[in-house]
Design a protein around this ligand. Structure first.
Ligand SMILES: O=C(O)c1cc(C(=O)O)oc(=O)c1
Length: 304
């Protein structure tokens, strides 16, 4: 029994996802997923904006194996605030098959940063989605960016498309590799070639340090769960334009989904629609995440 009761409208993650028809290439990485608690072991943060159901590391490994993936990148969920204990515990019990993205405050000590690095953390997340966090001032974020840069870490940013014009200059002032969550959450009722999404494309085109996750059709789609058809042209465009700078993830356990809970196997089956060739699939699922999260291993096998 968890010490926490999930929000009344909380949707539990899918308990019996289908076995995907698409078989991921050997060594595929689910590069965006979370662990929640368990709450009685790793309490949710007092400042959280939602209380989820538990989603443990062992449940994540079971999903990884079921979907035919080999590794995970676990992103610190906002319900844990800057308390990275659940993340670190998962990384330390992953047998080297998971790496992490943490949330840190500007006053974190060098020792704490080193301990996160030793556990497998390779990035920090800056969240600009107002329903999820109280925003930190840009100065603090710059301080964090300068603190983590010497470790070779990158920054993951989460924002919604309508915020990009205002945040654009701040984003391009950051000094590391930047990974954008969920394609910057486009409004998919607007055209791929329209002004809003093209600003995001410009961000990637003009700044070679920017990467994108082509994840979360379940959050972005307006047409619904069967095929998520309306998201496909956006994701495919990004994969085809920037094949060396894209990542894919399940987003399990899908925090804050209200309309439905996706079947993770069906999400995997979307991959060939957004990355239609074996070459693109290999980059999206293996080469790119390995270069970013396990560079020493990748370079030892393939050269820099
Ligand atoms: O859209 C969301 O609600 C959401 C939340 C979180 C989180 O709470 O960390 O992470 C995500 O990737 C997406």
């Amino acid at each position: 029994m968890s010490a926490f009761t999930p929000d009344a409208d909380w949707l539990h993650w899918h308990l019996s996802p289908k076995k995907p028809d698409f078989v991921p290439p050997e060594g595929a990485v689910d590069a965006h997923c979370h662990v929640f608690g368990p709450g009685d072991q790793f309490p949710f943060a007092p400042e959280r904006k939602y209380t989820p159901c538990d989603a443990s590391k062992d449940q994540l490994w079971a999903l990884r194996d079921h979907l035919g993936f080999s590794r995970n990148v676990i992103v610190q969920a906002t319900c844990h605030g800057a308390d990275n204990r659940a993340l670190v515990d998962a990384l330390e019990h992953s047998g080297g098959l998971a790496r992490g993205v943490a949330t840190v405050r500007p006053d974190i000590s060098d020792e704490e940063l080193q301990a996160l690095h030793a556990a497998g953390v390779r990035g920090v997340r800056f969240n600009f989605v107002k329903r999820l966090v109280d925003a930190l001032p840009f100065d603090s974020l710059h301080t964090v960016a300068e603190r983590i840069k010497p470790l070779g870490w990158h920054i993951v940013i989460y924002f919604e498309a309508q915020e990009l014009p205002e945040l654009y200059d701040f984003f391009t002032s950051l000094p590391t590799t930047i990974v954008v969550d969920h394609m910057g959450r486009p409004d998919v009722s607007k055209p791929v070639e329209g002004e809003e999404f093209q600003l995001f494309i410009r961000l990637l085109r003009e700044n070679s340090n920017f990467w994108s996750k082509v994840s979360c059709p379940e959050r972005l789609s307006l047409t619904g769960p069967d095929t998520y058809d309306d998201v496909v042209p956006f994701a495919r465009h990004v994969v085809e334009q920037f094949p060396e700078r894209v990542l894919w993830g399940t987003d399990w356990p899908h925090p804050n989904m209200k309309s439905h809970m996706p079947d993770d196997g069906a999400l995997v089956d979307m991959i060939p629609r957004i990355a239609p060739t074996p070459e693109l699939q290999q980059k999206l699922l293996v080469e790119n995440p390995m270069r970013l999260y396990w560079p020493e291993e990748w370079e030892a096998q393939h050269g820099a």
